[in-house]
Design a protein around this ligand. Sequence first.
Ligand code: SAH
Ligand code: SF4
Length: 333
Amino acid sequence: MPELSSYLEAAGEPRFRAKQIAGWMYSKLVFRVADMTDLPAGLRDRMADDFLSPGSSVAERLESPDGTVKLRVLLHDGESVETVVIPSLNRVTLCISTQVGCPVGCRFCASGANGLVRNLCAGEILEQFCLGCEEAGRRVDNIVFMGIGEGLLNFQELSHALDVLSSPDGMAFAPRRITVSTSGYVPGMRRLAELKKEYNLAISLHAVDDRTRSSIIPDRVRYPINEILEAADAYRDAVNRFYTFEYTLISGVNDSLPEAKKLGEIAMLHHAKVNLIPVNPVNPEFSRPSQRAIRAFEQTVASTGAMVTVRSERGSGRDAACGQLRISARRRQ
Ligand code: SAH
Ligand code: SF4
């Protein structure tokens, strides 16, 4: 908002214009300057020339039978990312990407298969919010940064976007309705804690020992589990908010019952909840455990007293698992 105010001031516009434009964007969910009918035509033309308004558009829309809608969002330079609209009984969750590709390269994930192409800028992150609300037909209720990319490796742009989303002058989203997911990039977790906002933090743990973890996450960006837990605890204490572990369940890799017990114990020790995600088929080397094995793993985690849920399979039809829309679009090019 300060950027918009100074732009309008430089354009010789009265002070109330910034509020007027914010009203269109944040209350009426109208994001195209051309549609902001009470702005002077000259200003609308000028803004349309000066800003990439909007620079992103929906190139592909894939709806699953459960109502989940994956959007392939085309960026101004021809690259694309995914944004997912996930409706449930009485709320809508939006899953947003932070990078084109991902430098972490977890071996089960399509997003990192070709490394990092580039970071998204804050505007591109926010445009996904706008396109997601347009798709949902209303303001979404929750935002999760669980799309393509490791947001904490794009900290400056992510934190700028978080600021606009949560600022009372911006989208006025309660930080508690926003979740940042990380593969455990410790320096980024520490910087997020410095913001002192109650964003939910989700840690993609995936293993209870570093050896197993190193077999699924390459060395490049991976931190030792004990350092990740230390930074996560520091985050919890700084913002007064419990965090969550995400654990992608892969048959024969990290799904044994002793690992389930250890996971439960770690979760209890750190007051964290556990979210189990049966792996979506991306890499033929990794397959999903049987329903029975998933249930046994869940029960063993729960037997330690830890809170545990299994992520219901949503939108994981053909080519719809995390990162796959973007990859399949590249293949077709
Ligand atoms: N880079 C961040 C956020 C994006 S990934 C992170 O890793 O946390 C969001 C979640 O999707 C992660 O928990 C990741 O483990 C999960 N994920 C990625 N590919 C998956 C797959 N093929 N099957 C199941 N979960 C997957
Ligand atoms: Fe990147 Fe997250 Fe995918 Fe790992 S799981 S490659 S960190 S997007």
